[in-house]
Design a protein around this ligand. Structure first.
Ligand code: DQA
Length: 142
């Protein structure tokens, strides 16, 4: 069974109350529930984690070695500047999929750059919580 680790970065714990016009009203717990249901449908084993701390996210990526076959990551604002997270993804050599709730390419200029995307298989953004579900499908096909 393919094992997938879904990693959520800073401020995503505030989904549901944070900038609802941009990110919607679902909480991260709601999204985790949907992801787990989809995992079962697709025959994947999934874990779902969140951290507000760059170093902790890097630790989770390192610890994924030998435990997971695919990483799905919403790095939050770290997307736009964390070379350390980028290097961690590259170092562990686990195929990764970058996801976002919002379409980062249609927002502020600084969000259009992802330093993470070049070390990922691909990027899915703009579909709200469905970005997570689409990524689970992509993971099942990798
Ligand atoms: C986000 C987009 C980022 O630019 C932002 O900093 C976030 C959320 C998204 O899922 O749309 O925290 O990653």
């Amino acid at each position: 069974m393919k094992r997938v680790l879904v990693i959520n970065g800073p401020n995503l714990n505030l989904l549901g109350s944070r900038e609802k016009d941009v990110y919607g009203t679902e909480t991260l717990t709601d999204i985790a529930r949907k992801v787990m249901i989809e995992a079962e449908r697709l025959g994947l084993e999934a874990d779902f984690v969140q951290s507000n701390h760059e170093g902790e996210i890097i630790d989770k990526i390192h610890e994924a070695r030998g435990k997971y076959d695919v990483l799905i990551i919403n790095p939050g604002a770290y997307t736009h500047y964390s070379i350390a997270i980028r290097d961690a993804i590259k170092a562990v050599e686990i195929p990764a999929i970058e996801i976002h709730l919002s379409n980062i390419h249609s927002r502020e200029e600084f969000r259009r750059i992802s330093v993470i995307a070049p070390v990922c298989v691909g990027q899915i953004c703009g579909f709200g919580s469905t970005s997570y579900i689409l990524a689970m499908h992509a993971a099942s096909l990798l």
